[in-house]
Design a protein around this ligand. Structure first.
Ligand SMILES: *Cc1c(COP(=O)(O)O)cnc(C)c1O
Length: 421
């Protein structure tokens, strides 16, 4: 497609965009009286207008019904979470049974590690990407120590090549083969939070299984961003947060995926609680744990309904639109942003560099060569919300649900002014 760097052209792309109307379904913060250009949906998605309605409904039921809300609310609380499973399964490419919502992301990764990291003296190593998200690093190291191994020996990081900004697929697969018989688990962020790279999860899963290992993914930056086929890729387990691309609200509930072949097992190592118990017998308060036949077997506590309500509101929109349409727009919008950045770069030569590789979702990470922090501050003051990562990177996520092509053009104009003044 031959892009043009004009407002009229950007507006014409907006007119052809079938998802443009969804922009109206979100609440934008304002700077200087105008809606911001929001590039940080990969950190905290905007608030869907219908989120409040879903939260208010729970508040109302609580006020009017109190404890009776568990069974007699408009959407009864005791099985409220079940409403999220089917639409969420469609977002991540799973069977409904394989998906549920509970807790928060790092908590869920720990719980899933209990089931899927079972090291032995011969097979105890974990492969992850170098500089994984800090919480994942702490999680992995503490799990390894918990089992009595040394993180320095047990955790094998896949490195980027010197001078390169991304991981090469052949290096990832070679490392898996290399660690081979000693490999217990591969756990990688499906989309890297820093450079926006999408890993080939299908190939990684195949390679991991060939080595006799379990394969899991942290999908914090993937869920609601790229097309996932967790079931068909044969991934063992995954977890993600819902407040980034999934627009559920700050710190809100996390989703998990457990492959069907691991479901319905009583002998799998697992931390257990009453909400994972057979729901038909849950209130008989029996002493012996009888796991739910689906991913809910990993539930511990009764559900935090107030955090599920906005998630459900958001999922309703994902279901209406579907990941295919979102991904289609995301690709075009991200390409247009890339084009705009290159146009700006023509005017102010060698001032920055895009470090996101071709395998990407909806994020471009830009390394600023000259002014760094000043440009970030300038953008924020001028109504462009971006995020800053040390040492000199701004991340831009043009989220297809609520960003427009005209936003990209306007951003380019603002950036050019900031770099040349
Ligand atoms: C955002 C993010 C997290 C956050 O974890 P929480 O437990 O929700 O605070 C973890 N891992 C990755 C890769 C992330 O991008």
């Amino acid at each position: 497609m031959q892009f043009e760097n004009t407002r009229a052209y950007a507006a014409s792309l907006d007119r052809q965009d079938e998802l443009l109307k969804y922009r109206n379904e979100f609440i934008f913060p304002k700077v200087n009286g105008n809606d911001v250009i929001y590039f940080t949906g990969n950190s905290l998605g905007l608030q869907p207008k219908n989120a409040k309605k879903y939260v208010d409904e729970v508040m109302q039921d609580w006020a009017e019904l109190a404890v009776e809300g568990h069974f007699y609310a408009e959407k009864p609380w005791w099985d409220y979470h079940e409403r999220l499973a089917a639409p969420l399964a469609r977002v991540v490419g799973a069977k409904t049974d394989e998906v549920t919502v509970m807790n928060t992301l790092t908590v869920n990764l720990h719980l899933l590690m209990v089931s899927f990291y079972n090291p032995s003296a011969a097979r105890f190593k974990i492969i992850c990407e170098e500089k994984a998200f800090p919480s994942d690093q702490y999680m992995l190291a503490s799990q390894v120590r918990f089992h009595g191994y040394d993180p320095k020996e047990a955790i094998v990081e896949i490195k980027k090549r010197p001078g390169e900004n991304f991981w090469r697929e052949e290096d990832v697969l070679a490392k898996i083969e290399d660690v081979g018989d000693e490999l217990a688990l591969v756990l990688i962020g499906g989309v890297n939070y820093y450079n926006g790279q999408v890993f080939n999860m299908k190939a990684i899963t195949q390679a991991g299984h060939k080595a006799g290992a379990i394969v899991g993914f942290d999908l914090a930056h993937a869920a609601g961003n790229i097309k996932l086929e967790l079931h068909d890729w044969n991934v063992d387990f995954a977890a993600w947060c819902s407040y980034k691309y999934m627009n559920s609200g700050p710190g809100n509930a996390s989703g998990i995926f457990v492959n069907q072949r691991h479901l319905g097992k009583k002998d799998i190592p697992r931390f257990e609680g009453w909400w994972g118990h057979n729901k038909d017998r849950r209130f008989l308060m029996e002493p012996e744990f009888d796991p739910m036949p689906n991913a809910e077997a990993w539930h511990l506590s009764n559900a935090s309904i107030l955090s599920f309500a906005p998630y459900l509101a958001s999922l309703k929109m994902f279901d209406e639109v579907g990941m295919d349409a979102l991904v289609e727009k995301s690709k075009l919008l991200t390409s247009y942003l890339e084009f705009i950045l290159k146009e700006v770069d023509k005017n102010v030569d060698a001032s920055f560099e895009i470090i996101t590789p071709e395998d990407r979702g909806c994020q471009l990470s830009v390394f600023l060569h000259g002014k760094g922090r000043e440009i970030f501050d300038y953008l924020m003051k001028n109504g462009v919300i971006v995020d800053w990562r040390e040492p000199n990177v701004i991340r831009l996520a043009p989220v297809p649900f609520y960003c427009s092509f005209e936003d990209m053009f306007t951003f380019g104009e603002i950036l050019k002014k900031g770099l040349t003044s």
